[in-house]
Design a protein around this ligand. Sequence first.
Ligand code: ADP
Ligand code: MG
Length: 355
Amino acid sequence: MEDAYLVLDKLTKTYPNQPRSAVDNVDIDVAQGEFVSLLGPSGCGKTTTLRMIAGLITPTAGSIRVGGVDITNRQVHKRDMGMVFQSYALFPHMSVGQNVEFGLQMRRVAKSERRRRVAEALDMVHLTHLANRRVSQLSGGQAQRIALARALVIEPTVLLLDEPLSNLDAKLREELRVEIRRIQQETGITTVFVTHDQDEALAMSDRLVVMSEGRVEQVGEPWAVYETPKNRFVADFIGRTNLFDGRVVGREDGVLRLEVEGLGTLSVRARDADRTSVTVMVRPHRVQIEPVHRTVNEMKGRVVQSSYLGDVESVVIDVNGLRVAAERTHSGRPLTAGATVRIGWGDADAYVIPQ
Ligand code: ADP
Ligand code: MG
């Protein structure tokens, strides 16, 4: 990337006596002011990557640059990065205000300036009224807002967040998602956000980095990663999905004809036509139940299970022994298990996985 601000270059961490590297040749570029999420299952190397950026873990190989300057061997406190952890990590013996002020004291910022910036930071997270509270009296959501204020008050070069919402309940998590994104956009601070929660990553990020086993699987804007996953792992990890393996039996005008065992012959729009067998992805919300208009790919099936979730109904349908996940909205009374239904999708509703 031309205008990269934070650059990870072949960054690697190998812990002693481990069969594989925790982080393996990771290349990531983050533009100034960009919000990038590292997303992947537990153990894929997200925290190790973040802590190498922060300077808390020494890389085995590779380098880190910020604004064109190599900081790979720079000490933690000289990197001026702000960090927020899952566990809040506030200083328990200090008040809220003292927690936020701490980083400024360490940097020998003058008292009047400190007071101004602490007030500003507390205002940003809407917790001015809690300045004199003890940390032990805060709720989880408040504690995490304070942790954020404490990280931002030093005007860090980069903001690093490691699963900051994972200890909060669902409703608060969604509130804070919006809040963190608002503050990030207001301050324009370059941010790396670590999460294993795909909804969170999709909702908050300018770009996602999907990781698996220490490696980068795909980088892209949330919609692009969701709609056009590079491989099976990414397709499966980001959102619910149907993956069907098929044999190519025909191709014409950008449409592949595939033979999928159980489903019969399917049509899917695809440019890639060199292979004899492919995997296609069909997202559940693209599968229509009792399609109103004729679709190219239609079949009959039996409802195995239906979960009514209010806004959507999530349905699993058995088609000749193959499970197809479908979703419908405005469904009214949910389908009952055992019912026979017609399902279908268009040739543009499916996507051929490139790898
Ligand atoms: P994530 O944050 O994605 O869950 P981590 O970066 O914490 O993943 O861990 C990546 C891998 O490195 C895991 O296999 C983990 O067990 C291993 N690991 C993490 N820390 C250490 C350590 N201090 N010593 C040995 N192995 C470690
Ligand atoms: Mg982690």
